[in-house]
Design a protein around this ligand. Structure first.
Ligand code: FPP
Length: 271
């Protein structure tokens, strides 16, 4: 099943600036509509410098800011960032508190600027076990930016893909019990409409930093046909240049969505 947004038409943009430096703006042909990012390695970044883990998360927040700016400049339509997983509750309480504090800081300090830049914020993940002040901030971010038409920034917070799919299955079961849906009508579309990501296109590309090569309960349904780029750097070192290079790698991938390639078709016709 192809993604709704897919790959843009090819136009050219010089990779060299007038001064002869490297232009860190990817070619339009390299820009996927939707990128998901697993921001991994904050703890290792800090440990390798003899710093506390929270310092890694603080620097991770700076990298997140730069990534959002770059996504706007590059012309992405959707950026999903994995900022707190349901499994992250298993961390020491001090670290969980620090991460909650960083989310609050991000929304309180950056929301106005994001709004000015036309960013539409959407939050995916469970809300019921979050503190009321955090829930209120998430609602404020979504409400303030609802009508914006620029980049959609999807913050996966208190998110887990298995839990999201289980909740969608539960919602469908309730619809069947209430007579709103026939069990025999249940298909991919009806289930996808009950996911937190309803209405969003699937990610074209998922980037994960820190050298780990796994999804860790991130967008497992939605990533069925995503391309993956795994980078060795830890998240705090991720910047515009790394983002541009991941987009370049993506642009060289051939996506078939379970079908055959144009070249594969041509070979078949010839043989
Ligand atoms: C993974 O690194 C990162 C996280 C669990 C949190 C990501 C948070 C940020 C980038 C800061 C911004 C935060 C919010 C909430 C907006 P890790 O701690 O698992 O690193 P490690 O695997 O090296 O220990």
């Amino acid at each position: 099943m192809p993604t709704a947004a897919g790959h843009r038409a090819i136009t050219t943009a010089s990779m060299l600036t007038a001064e002869g430096g490297l232009e860190l703006r990817p070619r339009l042909s390299e820009i996927p509509a939707h990128v998901g990012v697993i921001m991994d390695g904050n703890g290792r970044w800090a440990a390798s410098r003899g710093l506390p883990r929270i310092e890694g998360h603080r620097r991770g927040l700076e990298a997140l800011r730069e990534t959002v700016r770059a996504a706007i400049d590059f012309g992405l339509d959707y950026l999903t960032v994995y900022s707190f997983s349901m499994e992250n509750w298993n961390r020491p309480i001090e670290e969980v508190t620090d991460l909650m504090g960083l989310l609050k800081r991000f929304i309180r300090n950056d929301l106005k600027d994001l709004h000015k830049a036309g960013v539409k914020v959407r939050v995916i993940g469970a809300r019921d076990n979050l503190k009321p002040d955090i829930r209120a901030l998430l609602v404020e971010a979504e409400d303030m930016t609802r009508a914006n038409t620029g980049l959609t920034l999807i913050v996966a917070f208190n998110y887990g893909s298995r839990q999201e799919i289980a909740a969608a299955a539960r919602a469908l079961a309730e619809d069947v019990l209430a007579g709103r849906v026939k069990a025999s009508d249940i298909d991919e579309t009806l289930l996808a409409q009950r996911l937190d990501t309803a209405g969003l296109p699937d990610p074209d590309l998922i980037i994960r930093t820190s050298g780990e090569q796994r999804l860790s309960n991130f967008l497992m349904w939605q990533a069925a046909y995503s391309e993956f780029v795994f980078l060795p750097m830890h998240w705090p070192d991720f910047d515009r240049r790394a983002f541009a290079s991941a987009l370049h790698v993506f642009s060289e991938r051939e996506r078939r969505f379970g079908g055959v390639t144009a070249r594969g078709q041509a070979d078949k016709v010839k043989s």
